[in-house]
Design a protein. Structure first.
Length: 192
């Protein structure tokens, strides 16, 4: 059995042997290949995903162009906060940019675990709060930062992304056309 999710939880909190057994038994692990979708726009989805391996790109389509809104890699949670309260069709796509392995969870299973082990609800809240803060920071960056600043932040915080996804996806993520990304990169290189 894959222990990476258990190890992730153990870095956050202590777990009893019983809690570890229940988590291990309830885990649904699924493999996806490069270019497989976890979720497509318009699908109804209440699942959450924990990435064990791989890279997933979140994007939306605007006027026929796909715009990258997030990258997820190992030990990232993919949580669609909009689907927690509302059963609505997804507004975004999640596509694997590499062969990917995820643990799949859903709200129904989570509620069962919370009843048996209230401790899991606290852990879940911490994870959701972290996801919310990340989304808030990303939104603030799009409002306050220029594309070059967003590029530099991505380079500083997620340097692995530059080896894992095409430059086009990085360009749409920071909010520019690929040609503009080339100019930004050249300008940064010239400054040293």
């Amino acid at each position: 059995m894959d222990n990476r999710l258990i190890n992730y939880f153990l870095r956050i909190t202590n777990l009893t042997a019983n809690e570890i057994n229940v988590l291990t038994e309830s885990m649904v692990i699924k493999k996806f290949t490069k270019n497989d979708y976890l979720v497509k726009e318009g699908q109804f989805n209440k699942d959450t995903f924990f990435l064990l391996e791989g890279c997933v790109r979140q994007f939306i389509i605007i006027d026929g162009n796909d715009i990258t809104t997030h990258f997820y890699t190992e030990e990232d949670w993919i949580i669609s906060l909009e689907n927690f309260q509302d059963i609505s069709a997804s507004k975004h796509n999640l596509i694997c940019t590499e062969d990917t392995i995820v643990v799949i969870g859903n709200e129904e299973k989570a509620q069962e675990l919370f009843k048996k082990f209230p401790h899991f609800e606290t852990i879940s809240r911490q994870i959701i709060e972290t996801a919310f803060i990340e989304q808030q920071n990303l939104m603030t960056s799009y409002i306050t930062d220029k594309p070059e600043q967003r590029y530099l932040k991505l380079l500083e915080t997620r340097p692995d992304i530059f080896q894992r996804v095409p430059q086009y996806d990085i360009a749409t993520y920071i909010g520019v056309k690929p040609e503009s990304l080339s100019r930004i990169r050249k300008k940064i290189q010239e400054r040293g």
